[in-house]
Design a protein around this ligand. Sequence first.
Ligand SMILES: [Zn+2]
Ligand SMILES: [Zn+2]
Length: 290
Amino acid sequence: MDQTISQPIVSDAEKKKINQIVDYPTLIVFSLVCTVAIIGVPLFGVVYGYTTADWILFVALYIVTGLGITVGYHRLFSHRSFTCPNWVEMVFLIAGGWAMENSALKWCSDHIRHHAKTDTDEDPYNAKRGFWYSHVLWIFRKDPAPNLQAREKYKTALRKNPRIMWQHNHYLAIVLTGLAFPFVIGFLQRGWMGGVSAFLLAGVFRLFLVLNSTFFINSICHMWGDQPYGDANTSRDNWWISLITFGEGYHNYHHNFPRDYRNGPKWYNFDPSKWLIFSLFLLGLGKKAS
Ligand SMILES: [Zn+2]
Ligand SMILES: [Zn+2]
């Protein structure tokens, strides 16, 4: 008998290696969110319907958690494009945590590495590995241990901020309160049915959309669009992506001027994150980085 025929295509050693690099808990949670958002949410809507209050809560939480990521995680903590009082930092850390995109410590260190190593194997969401990899698949891949140590340097500055460390240590509790919040609001209005209804729309469906809006920056904004500020890397400007990402679509400008609190530098660019930061300046609650 030819022994080679009975050999498994993937050896046990290789299987073990693959198992080590797939982050199964994240894969399961994201698959669950995706399935409920695509099948459960519309089905519930057809059978029972959603109330106006559910929709208002959905829009409000989309805005709050989306800006938590774009203004907080991205422009404040990753790029330090402005400074603000500690309590304002805490608001952004909680709002960003509610988007379930990992703790600021992890998210921002990945993002700092993305800017430092754009389009290389060291870029966590390297767009040259294809649309789906840069969009979402990279999240399900664990960093191999030797690389993990080398990548600690991207966390050094972040670790010095006690509020970022507090959020990192309480990340799970923050995510759970973010999911419980719409349920409680709905429950107070209409009992269990109201709780489930608000949880599905303003909890799970909102989570799914905010996650994908962030993912679009890493995938679409590194593949399609204009490069008015240079083609040294794959970053591209995409005004229509800005419409759902609070102004983050002007990604070619951003890669060339990462310390600018604006992503859309022109007055007519749709960049609500820039408007919020500018409003903080006017209120004396923020200062442009020097
Ligand atoms: Zn980028
Ligand atoms: Zn950035």
